[in-house]
Ligand binder design. Structure first.
Ligand SMILES: C[S@@+](CC[C@H](N)C(=O)[O-])C[C@H]1O[C@@H](n2cnc3c(N)ncnc32)[C@H](O)[C@@H]1O
Length: 258
């Protein structure tokens, strides 16, 4: 694919910056602009920029990896992947949706917190999602809860969107509530989130959830999510599991997670 945008990585050692602080320069006719990797609104406004940075230059493989593990999990079960009714949380401009659509899932619902993600999806990948909600899952209205429930979701995916100031614990938990018992969950997280020494709320939540009676892990695999700006491989875990029981409302309080 032709490189449409002129991007420059900064001269300083980007390894010193955390993933949500990392930035690059975008050289446009109007001048040179500094954008953080997490300035998704500005990135999605420009067709192809997200793909150029994260997929072409930094070799992100996560939608394919998480999609492939979900497909293999379903293959080993008595369910067909084509029957799944998927909620894709942190859908962005639809890269995970594209993978799922290629597997022929029955319904595909996207969710993101910013309008620019929805606009970019409809511009660049029209027809991928049956519905796309711009919503904050930490604060859903009763009407929207009812509307999303009507989709009878039995699979939740979330790729490159958990932790690092993106989707918070309570939003992920809310998304899991939409998944029917017996349904599937497929997501990826940075490897340190499974490390006991990481005491952040999100990390403790994930560890409690993975080893809880509410989730049966089918597949957990460490893999290269993408490269850092300095070319260092960033390791993540991809996880696919089955929701085997409803998660109680007091799950976070019980485990002292804010
Ligand atoms: C790195 S992008 C990943 C997009 C897509 N899943 C992919 O694999 O290319 C992370 C996305 O999560 C979204 N996001 C961040 N916080 C969110 C929240 N609280 N609820 C829903 N989406 C959120 C961002 O707007 C962004 O589109």
């Amino acid at each position: 694919m032709a490189h449409l945008h002129r991007i420059q990585f900064p001269p300083a050692d980007g390894n010193e910056l955390s993933q949500d602080e990392a930035f690059f320069y975008l050289v446009e006719e109007e001048g040179k602009r500094r954008l953080r990797f997490h300035d998704y609104d500005q990135i999605y406004l420009r067709p192809g920029l997200y793909e150029q940075i994260f997929y072409e230059r930094l070799k992100c493989s996560s939608p394919q990896k998480v999609g492939e593990l979900l497909r293999r999990t379903l293959e080993a079960s008595d369910r067909a992947i084509s029957e799944l009714r998927v909620l894709d949380l942190g859908a962005g401009n639809g890269l995970m949706g594209e993978v799922l659509k290629n597997y022929g899932v029955a319904r595909l619902i996207g969710v993101d917190i910013i309008q620019e993600a929805k606009v970019a999806t409809f511009r660049d990948r029209p027809g991928i999602y049956d519905e796309y909600y711009v919503a904050d899952f930490t604060d859903l209205s009763d009407d929207l809860i009812e509307e999303i429930s009507d989709w009878s979701i039995d699979c939740l995916t979330s790729v490159a969107a958990l932790g690092f100031g993106d989707i918070p614990t309570s939003a992920f938990l809310q998304a899991m509530r939409f998944v029917k018992t017996g349904g599937y969950v497929a997501f990826n997280i940075k490897e340190t989130f499974l490390d006991e020494s990481d005491t952040s709320g999100f990390s403790r939540f994930i560890r409690q959830l993975i080893w809880s009676e509410y989730l049966k892990v089918s597949h957990l695999e460490r893999y290269q999510h993408r490269l850092s700006m300095e070319g260092t491989p960033l390791s993540y875990y991809a996880l696919v599991g089955q929701k085997v029981a409803e998660i109680p409302d007091d799950f976070l309080e019980k485990h002292d997670i804010l």
